[in-house]
Design a protein around this ligand. Structure first.
Ligand code: ADP
Length: 513
C-alpha cells in the first residue's frame, strides 16, 4: 500500500519550515497519508525548489529568519510559474499570525499549532481539490477559447467566400421562400439593396413571371432534393430580364431548413446563342429553299427520268431536306415569338371547329401509323388566334400519334373549366383573374414520358430520347413553340404521364383575355 502510494503519490507537497521538529512531524504525517513531501528549512531554498518543480501545494511557516513566510509567499505570487500554487500558512505556538496579511499576500488558508491531524489533512485536501477543479476549469476554458477561435476563423473564411463570390448567392427559408441573406453579386445583378431583399420573397420583389414556380421549387426542396442548373428568367429592379442558371441545396441553419441558392448569369451567353441560332437559320433558309426546288424538279421528272434507285435516293434527300426546313422554320418561329415579333391575332373562334380542323389535319398521319383519332368537341366561342392554336393542337396530336403504337387511340377533348379546379402541376394562382377557362386535353396510350422529363420537354431541343428526332422526325422545338403560343394567350400547358401507359397534355385557355 505504501509502495503503491510512493509510486503514485496523491500530490506533491512542499513544506517550508525552519523548525526541524515541525518539518519531521508534518513530513511523516503526510507521507503516511500517501503524499510526496519535499521539506526545506529556508525560504530562499523553498522558492528555488518551487520554481524548479512546482509542487501541488505549499505549507509555509510564518516565522523564519532571513525571509519570513509573508515575503516567501509574495515572491511565489510574483512568479508566473508558482503563482497558482495554493499556500497554507503554518504558525507555531506563541507566533502571532497576521491572518489578514496572510490572505493579503496570497495565502489560501492557515494552520496553527498544535497540529490536529484530521484538520490539517482536511484543509490540505480541500485546497488540492479546489486547485484541481481550478486547473480543470482553466483547461476547459482554454479548449473553449481555442474552439471559438477556430470557429470564428472558419466563419470568417466562409463569410469571405460568400461575400466575394463572383456568383450570385442567396439564402432563403424553405417554409416561405423568404430571403435571409444575399451576397454582393446577387445584389449587383438584381439591383436591390440588402435591406430590400432580406425578409422578402421573390414574388414580393417582383422578380418576374417565374417567381411562383421559383418559390415552389424552394418549398418542395425537402421532397425533391437538390436542384442543379435550372434555367430561370427574372426581372431586375429596373425591369431588365436576365437569364440565370440556378442550383439549390437544402441546408440547416440553427435548426431551420433553408435553401442555399447559387446562380450563374447566362444572359449574355443566351443572347449570343439566340443570335447565332437565328443567324444560322436565316442563312440556311435560302439554300434550303433552292435545294427543295431542285429536288421537286427532279421528282417531277422534268430533268429526265430517274431509275428506281435514283427515286429512292431522291426520296431520302427530300425527307431529310424537309426535316431540316422544318427545324429552321421552327427555330425562326420560336425566335420571333420570344423576341415579341409575332403578335397573336385574336378573333372570336369556336373550340369545336378548332378541334375538328386539327383532327382532320392529322388524320392522314394517324391512318398511316394506324392510330385511331377520337374527337370530343365542345361548342363554345372564345377569343384566340385560331391559326396559332391550330398549330399547337396539331403539334400535340402529331406527338401523340408519333409516340403511339399501331392500334392505339388518341383522344382530343374540350371541357369548360375553372382554373382552380384543375390539377395543374404548376401553380394556378397566377390564373385566378378570370374563372372561365376551356381545358383542351390530348390523351394517348403511347409510350409515356418519365417523371423527371415532364417539365423539361417544354424547353427547346429537349427530347426524352436523343434518337427521337432521328427516328420520329421531330425537332425538339414543338412543345417550346406550343408553350409560347399558350402563354401568349394567358394560358397554361402541362402534361401528366405514366410510363408505358400513355400521356395527357392539358391546354388551359381563358375564354376571354
Ligand atoms: P419533337 O419535335 O421531338 O416531337 P417536341 O418539343 O414536340 O419535339 O417534343 C419534345 C419531346 O417530348 C419529344 O421528342 C418526346 O421525347 C417527348 N414527347 C412529346 N409528346 C409526347 C407524347 N405524347 N408521348 C411521349 N413522348 C412525348
Amino acid at each position: 500500500m505504501l509502495n503503491q502510494s510512493l509510486k503514485f503519490p496523491k500530490a506533491d507537497i512542499l513544506v517550508i519550515d525552519d523548525t526541524p521538529e515541525n518539518l519531521n512531524l508534518l513530513s511523516a504525517m503526510l507521507t503516511e497519508q500517501g503524499y510526496k513531501v519535499r521539506s526545506v528549512t529556508k525560504g530562499s531554498t523553498g522558492l528555488r525548489g518551487a520554481n524548479a518543480v512546482p509542487p501541488d501545494l505549499i505549507l509555509l511557516d510564518v516565522n523564519m529568519p532571513e525571509m519570513n513566510g509573508y515575503e516567501v509567499c509574495q515572491n511565489l505570487k510574483a512568479n508566473d510559474r508558482t503563482r497558482e500554487i495554493p499556500v497554507i500558512f503554518i504558525s507555531a505556538l506563541g507566533d502571532v499570525l497576521d491572518k489578514i496579511k496572510a490572505f493579503a499576500v496570497g495565502g489560501v488558508d492557515y494552520i496553527t499549532k498544535p497540529f490536529q491531524l484530521e484538520e490539517v489533512l482536511a484543509r490540505i485536501e480541500n485546497h488540492l481539490t479546489i486547485r484541481q477543479l481550478q486547473q480543470q476549469l482553466q483547461a476547459q476554458n482554454q479548449q473553449l477559447q481555442q474552439e471559438i477561435h477556430d470557429r470564428t476563423k472558419a466563419e470568417e473564411k466562409f463569410a469571405k467566400v460568400f461575400r466575394s463570390s463572383p456568383n450570385p448567392i442567396a439564402i432563403a427559408t424553405v417554409s416561405e421562400a423568404r430571403f435571409l441573406d444575399a451576397n454582393p453579386s446577387f445584389l449587383r445583378i438584381s439591383g436591390y439593396s440588402l435591406e430590400e431583399v432580406i425578409g422578402h420573397t421573390a414574388t414580393e420583389l417582383d422578380f418576374g413571371k417565374n417567381t411562383v414556380a421559383f418559390a415552389q421549387k424552394i418549398q418542395l426542396l425537402p421532397k425533391t432534393g437538390s436542384l442543379y442548373n435550372q434555367e430561370f428568367e427574372f426581372s431586375t429592379k429596373c425591369g431588365e430580364v436576365k437569364t440565370i442558371l440556378i442550383s439549390i441545396e437544402l441546408i440547416d441553419l440553427a435548426g431551420v431548413p433553408c435553401a442555399l441558392l447559387i446562380a450563374n448569369d447566362i444572359t449574355e451567353r443566351k443572347r449570343l446563342e439566340n443570335e447565332f441560332i437565328s443567324l444560322v437559320s436565316h442563312e440556311l433558309r435560302t439554300p434550303l429553299t433552292s435545294t427543295m426546288g431542285a429536288l421537286d424538279l427532279l421528282g417531277a421528272g422534268q430533268l429526265g427520268t430517274l431509275t428506281a434507285q435514283g427515286q429512292k435516293v431522291l426520296s431520302i434527300a427530300t425527307t431529310n431536306t424537309e426535316r431540316l426546313m422544318r427545324l429552321v422554320n421552327d427555330i425562326l418561329d420560336l425566335e420571333r415569338m420570344k423576341s415579341g415579333k409575332i403578335f397573336m391575332r385574336r378573333a372570336k373562334c369556336n373550340v369545336a371547329e378548332l378541334l375538328i380542323t386539327a383532327t382532320e389535319a392529322m388524320q392522314a398521319m394517324a391512318d398511316k401509323l394506324q392510330v385511331q383519332l377520337i374527337v370530343n368537341p365542345l361548342t363554345i366561342e372564345f377569343w384566340a388566334d385560331s391559326d396559332r392554336l391550330l398549330q399547337t393542337l396539331t403539334n400535340l396530336l402529331s406527338n401523340a400519334i408519333k409516340f403511339s403504337e399501331p392500334g392505339d387511340r388518341v383522344w382530343i377533348s374540350a371541357i369548360l373549366s375553372e382554373s382552380k379546379t384543375v390539377d395543374s402541376q404548376e401553380n394556378q394562382n397566377s390564373l385566378t383573374s378570370s374563372p372561365n377557362y376551356v381545358l383542351i386535353t390530348i390523351q394517348d396510350e403511347g409510350r409515356g414520358i418519365p417523371e423527371d422529363k415532364l417539365q423539361i420537354i417544354f424547353e427547346r431541343f429537349q427530347q426524352v430520347d436523343a434518337s427521337d428526332s432521328r427516328n420520329k422526325g421531330g425537332t425538339g422545338l414543338g412543345l417550346a413553340i406550343c408553350r409560347n403560343i399558350v402563354q401568349q394567350h394567358n394560358g397554361k400547358i402541362w402534361v401528366q404521364s405514366i410510363l408505358g401507359e400513355g400521356s395527357t397534355f392539358y391546354v388551359l385557355l381563358p375564354l376571354t383575355s
